[in-house]
Design a protein around this ligand. Structure first.
Ligand code: ADE
Length: 261
Protein backbone atom coordinates (compact mmCIF):
# COMPACT_ATOMS: atom_id res chain seq x y z
CA UNK A 1 0.00 0.00 0.00
CA UNK A 2 1.31 3.45 -0.91
CA UNK A 3 1.56 5.99 1.89
CA UNK A 4 0.43 9.39 0.62
CA UNK A 5 1.00 12.74 2.32
CA UNK A 6 -1.86 15.22 2.12
CA UNK A 7 -0.51 18.66 2.93
CA UNK A 8 -3.09 21.40 3.45
CA UNK A 9 -2.23 25.07 3.59
CA UNK A 10 -5.53 25.93 5.29
CA UNK A 11 -7.05 24.99 8.66
CA UNK A 12 -10.51 24.67 7.14
CA UNK A 13 -9.19 22.45 4.41
CA UNK A 14 -7.43 20.11 6.84
CA UNK A 15 -10.68 19.88 8.86
CA UNK A 16 -12.56 18.94 5.67
CA UNK A 17 -9.92 16.31 4.85
CA UNK A 18 -10.05 14.85 8.37
CA UNK A 19 -13.82 14.49 8.04
CA UNK A 20 -13.15 12.11 5.13
CA UNK A 21 -10.90 9.85 7.24
CA UNK A 22 -12.75 7.34 9.42
CA UNK A 23 -9.79 6.24 11.55
CA UNK A 24 -7.15 8.97 11.91
CA UNK A 25 -4.50 8.83 14.67
CA UNK A 26 -2.60 11.95 15.73
CA UNK A 27 1.18 12.22 16.26
CA UNK A 28 2.82 15.52 17.22
CA UNK A 29 6.29 16.27 15.80
CA UNK A 30 8.06 19.63 15.41
CA UNK A 31 4.98 21.42 16.75
CA UNK A 32 2.76 19.95 14.02
CA UNK A 33 -0.07 17.43 14.26
CA UNK A 34 0.26 14.61 11.71
CA UNK A 35 -2.92 12.55 11.16
CA UNK A 36 -2.42 8.99 9.89
CA UNK A 37 -5.52 7.31 8.46
CA UNK A 38 -7.09 5.67 5.42
CA UNK A 39 -9.07 6.93 2.44
CA UNK A 40 -10.18 4.92 -0.60
CA UNK A 41 -7.91 2.05 0.40
CA UNK A 42 -4.80 4.26 0.59
CA UNK A 43 -2.85 5.06 3.72
CA UNK A 44 -2.66 8.83 4.12
CA UNK A 45 -0.86 11.26 6.43
CA UNK A 46 -2.67 14.61 6.62
CA UNK A 47 -1.01 17.71 8.05
CA UNK A 48 -1.28 21.48 8.13
CA UNK A 49 1.72 22.89 6.30
CA UNK A 50 2.03 26.23 8.11
CA UNK A 51 2.97 29.29 6.11
CA UNK A 52 6.11 30.03 4.12
CA UNK A 53 8.85 28.02 2.43
CA UNK A 54 10.81 27.02 5.53
CA UNK A 55 7.67 25.78 7.32
CA UNK A 56 6.70 23.84 4.19
CA UNK A 57 10.15 22.27 3.83
CA UNK A 58 10.18 21.21 7.49
CA UNK A 59 6.71 19.67 7.16
CA UNK A 60 7.68 17.82 3.98
CA UNK A 61 10.94 16.54 5.48
CA UNK A 62 9.19 15.17 8.58
CA UNK A 63 6.68 13.44 6.30
CA UNK A 64 9.52 11.65 4.51
CA UNK A 65 11.84 10.94 7.42
CA UNK A 66 9.35 10.09 10.18
CA UNK A 67 6.34 8.82 8.25
CA UNK A 68 8.00 7.26 5.19
CA UNK A 69 5.48 8.76 2.77
CA UNK A 70 5.99 7.75 -0.88
CA UNK A 71 3.95 10.47 -2.61
CA UNK A 72 2.81 13.98 -1.70
CA UNK A 73 -0.21 16.07 -2.57
CA UNK A 74 -0.43 19.76 -1.66
CA UNK A 75 -3.63 21.81 -1.74
CA UNK A 76 -4.36 25.40 -0.73
CA UNK A 77 -4.99 28.84 -2.17
CA UNK A 78 -3.00 31.19 -4.39
CA UNK A 79 -3.15 34.62 -5.94
CA UNK A 80 -3.90 34.61 -9.69
CA UNK A 81 -1.27 36.25 -11.91
CA UNK A 82 -2.30 35.63 -15.52
CA UNK A 83 -4.48 38.42 -16.76
CA UNK A 84 -5.03 37.44 -20.40
CA UNK A 85 -6.74 39.75 -22.86
CA UNK A 86 -10.39 40.71 -22.76
CA UNK A 87 -11.09 38.21 -25.52
CA UNK A 88 -8.78 35.60 -24.08
CA UNK A 89 -10.67 33.78 -21.33
CA UNK A 90 -8.39 30.74 -21.54
CA UNK A 91 -5.30 32.29 -20.02
CA UNK A 92 -7.18 34.52 -17.59
CA UNK A 93 -6.91 33.07 -14.11
CA UNK A 94 -9.92 34.14 -12.07
CA UNK A 95 -10.88 33.92 -8.42
CA UNK A 96 -12.43 30.47 -7.93
CA UNK A 97 -10.42 28.82 -10.73
CA UNK A 98 -8.21 25.84 -9.92
CA UNK A 99 -4.52 25.69 -10.86
CA UNK A 100 -2.74 22.33 -11.09
CA UNK A 101 1.01 22.89 -10.87
CA UNK A 102 3.25 21.43 -13.59
CA UNK A 103 6.34 23.18 -12.22
CA UNK A 104 7.39 25.48 -9.37
CA UNK A 105 9.85 28.33 -9.06
CA UNK A 106 10.97 30.41 -6.05
CA UNK A 107 10.29 33.95 -7.24
CA UNK A 108 12.27 35.47 -4.35
CA UNK A 109 15.41 33.35 -4.74
CA UNK A 110 18.34 35.32 -6.11
CA UNK A 111 21.94 34.21 -5.52
CA UNK A 112 23.20 36.16 -8.55
CA UNK A 113 25.84 36.84 -9.70
CA UNK A 114 27.19 33.59 -8.22
CA UNK A 115 24.28 31.58 -9.63
CA UNK A 116 21.66 32.57 -12.21
CA UNK A 117 18.61 34.32 -10.79
CA UNK A 118 16.00 31.81 -9.47
CA UNK A 119 18.47 28.91 -9.60
CA UNK A 120 18.59 26.82 -6.41
CA UNK A 121 22.32 26.78 -5.68
CA UNK A 122 24.07 23.44 -6.32
CA UNK A 123 21.08 21.86 -8.05
CA UNK A 124 21.46 23.55 -11.44
CA UNK A 125 17.67 23.97 -11.42
CA UNK A 126 15.30 26.94 -11.25
CA UNK A 127 12.09 25.11 -12.02
CA UNK A 128 11.09 21.95 -10.19
CA UNK A 129 8.59 19.81 -12.11
CA UNK A 130 5.68 17.99 -10.49
CA UNK A 131 5.04 14.32 -11.24
CA UNK A 132 3.27 13.94 -14.62
CA UNK A 133 1.10 10.95 -13.70
CA UNK A 134 -0.09 12.37 -10.36
CA UNK A 135 -0.66 15.80 -11.95
CA UNK A 136 -2.64 14.31 -14.85
CA UNK A 137 -4.86 12.53 -12.32
CA UNK A 138 -5.17 15.72 -10.27
CA UNK A 139 -6.18 17.82 -13.29
CA UNK A 140 -8.76 15.20 -14.16
CA UNK A 141 -10.12 15.17 -10.60
CA UNK A 142 -10.28 18.99 -10.58
CA UNK A 143 -12.19 19.00 -13.90
CA UNK A 144 -14.62 16.43 -12.53
CA UNK A 145 -15.36 18.62 -9.49
CA UNK A 146 -15.84 21.70 -11.68
CA UNK A 147 -18.44 19.98 -13.86
CA UNK A 148 -20.92 20.79 -11.09
CA UNK A 149 -19.41 23.26 -8.58
CA UNK A 150 -22.75 23.56 -6.78
CA UNK A 151 -22.59 19.88 -5.81
CA UNK A 152 -19.51 20.74 -3.72
CA UNK A 153 -20.21 24.35 -2.70
CA UNK A 154 -23.99 24.79 -2.86
CA UNK A 155 -25.89 27.09 -5.24
CA UNK A 156 -25.69 30.14 -2.99
CA UNK A 157 -21.87 30.11 -2.76
CA UNK A 158 -21.49 29.48 -6.51
CA UNK A 159 -23.72 32.48 -7.23
CA UNK A 160 -22.04 34.74 -4.63
CA UNK A 161 -18.53 34.22 -6.08
CA UNK A 162 -19.66 33.84 -9.74
CA UNK A 163 -18.16 30.38 -10.03
CA UNK A 164 -20.45 29.01 -12.73
CA UNK A 165 -17.66 29.11 -15.35
CA UNK A 166 -14.70 28.22 -13.09
CA UNK A 167 -11.84 26.54 -14.98
CA UNK A 168 -8.81 24.33 -14.40
CA UNK A 169 -5.43 25.74 -15.48
CA UNK A 170 -2.10 23.91 -15.57
CA UNK A 171 1.41 25.30 -15.56
CA UNK A 172 3.95 27.23 -13.52
CA UNK A 173 3.31 28.37 -9.93
CA UNK A 174 5.68 30.85 -8.26
CA UNK A 175 6.38 30.61 -4.51
CA UNK A 176 7.96 33.16 -2.19
CA UNK A 177 7.96 34.29 1.41
CA UNK A 178 5.63 37.21 0.78
CA UNK A 179 1.88 37.63 0.53
CA UNK A 180 1.55 39.55 -2.73
CA UNK A 181 -1.04 42.23 -2.13
CA UNK A 182 -0.28 45.17 -4.38
CA UNK A 183 -0.74 45.74 -8.07
CA UNK A 184 2.85 46.98 -8.35
CA UNK A 185 4.22 43.76 -6.92
CA UNK A 186 2.04 41.41 -8.96
CA UNK A 187 2.83 43.37 -12.12
CA UNK A 188 6.56 43.00 -11.41
CA UNK A 189 6.04 39.24 -11.01
CA UNK A 190 4.14 39.07 -14.31
CA UNK A 191 6.98 40.83 -16.10
CA UNK A 192 9.70 38.71 -14.49
CA UNK A 193 7.87 35.37 -14.90
CA UNK A 194 5.36 35.80 -17.74
CA UNK A 195 4.23 32.17 -17.70
CA UNK A 196 3.51 32.01 -13.94
CA UNK A 197 -0.20 31.35 -13.43
CA UNK A 198 -0.32 31.95 -9.70
CA UNK A 199 1.67 32.95 -6.64
CA UNK A 200 1.73 31.35 -3.19
CA UNK A 201 4.16 30.76 -0.33
CA UNK A 202 5.01 27.04 -0.03
CA UNK A 203 4.78 24.86 -3.16
CA UNK A 204 8.31 25.33 -4.52
CA UNK A 205 9.76 24.33 -1.14
CA UNK A 206 7.81 21.05 -1.09
CA UNK A 207 8.73 20.46 -4.74
CA UNK A 208 12.42 20.87 -3.88
CA UNK A 209 12.24 18.49 -0.91
CA UNK A 210 10.43 15.91 -3.07
CA UNK A 211 13.05 16.35 -5.79
CA UNK A 212 15.86 15.78 -3.28
CA UNK A 213 14.22 12.57 -2.00
CA UNK A 214 13.02 11.40 -5.44
CA UNK A 215 9.34 11.43 -4.42
CA UNK A 216 6.43 12.08 -6.81
CA UNK A 217 4.62 15.31 -5.97
CA UNK A 218 1.45 17.04 -7.18
CA UNK A 219 -0.18 20.31 -6.13
CA UNK A 220 -3.39 22.21 -6.70
CA UNK A 221 -4.34 25.72 -5.65
CA UNK A 222 -7.71 27.45 -5.63
CA UNK A 223 -7.34 31.07 -6.76
CA UNK A 224 -8.45 33.19 -3.80
CA UNK A 225 -7.42 36.65 -5.00
CA UNK A 226 -5.74 38.52 -7.83
CA UNK A 227 -2.53 39.26 -5.87
CA UNK A 228 -3.35 42.97 -6.04
CA UNK A 229 -4.55 45.75 -3.75
CA UNK A 230 -7.77 43.83 -3.01
CA UNK A 231 -5.95 40.61 -2.13
CA UNK A 232 -6.94 40.58 1.55
CA UNK A 233 -10.67 41.12 1.03
CA UNK A 234 -12.82 38.39 2.58
CA UNK A 235 -9.92 35.95 2.52
CA UNK A 236 -11.01 33.80 5.52
CA UNK A 237 -14.57 33.62 4.27
CA UNK A 238 -13.50 32.54 0.78
CA UNK A 239 -11.11 29.89 2.08
CA UNK A 240 -13.81 28.40 4.32
CA UNK A 241 -16.64 28.54 1.81
CA UNK A 242 -14.80 27.68 -1.41
CA UNK A 243 -11.14 26.63 -1.23
CA UNK A 244 -11.42 24.20 1.69
CA UNK A 245 -14.37 22.44 0.07
CA UNK A 246 -12.76 22.29 -3.36
CA UNK A 247 -9.52 20.97 -1.82
CA UNK A 248 -11.27 18.11 -0.01
CA UNK A 249 -13.53 17.28 -2.97
CA UNK A 250 -10.64 17.15 -5.45
CA UNK A 251 -8.55 15.09 -3.03
CA UNK A 252 -11.42 12.63 -2.62
CA UNK A 253 -11.85 12.29 -6.40
CA UNK A 254 -8.06 12.03 -6.98
CA UNK A 255 -7.53 9.29 -4.39
CA UNK A 256 -10.52 7.37 -5.65
CA UNK A 257 -9.03 7.41 -9.18
CA UNK A 258 -5.52 6.51 -7.98
CA UNK A 259 -6.82 3.58 -5.95
CA UNK A 260 -8.18 1.99 -9.16
CA UNK A 261 -4.65 1.52 -10.58
N1 ADE B 1 -1.89 32.83 -1.22
C1 ADE B 1 -3.12 33.27 -1.59
N2 ADE B 1 -3.06 34.49 -2.14
C2 ADE B 1 -1.74 34.84 -2.12
C3 ADE B 1 -1.05 35.99 -2.52
N3 ADE B 1 -1.69 37.02 -3.06
N4 ADE B 1 0.30 36.02 -2.34
C4 ADE B 1 0.94 34.98 -1.79
N5 ADE B 1 0.32 33.86 -1.37
C5 ADE B 1 -1.01 33.78 -1.54
Amino acid sequence: MTRIAIISALHDELSAVLQLLPDEQKTRIAGRDFWVGHLHGQEVVAVLCRIGKVAAATTATVLVERFGVQQMLFTGVAGGLQVGGEGDPHTRVRVGDLVVAREFIQHDLDASPIFPRYEVPLTGMSRFPTDARLSDALAHAASQVLIDPAATLGNEVVARYHLQAARVHQGLIASGDRFVSSHTESQALRLALPDALAVEMEGAAVAQVCHDYGLPFAAMRTISDRADDHAHVDFPRFTAEVAARYGAAVLDEWLQALSKY
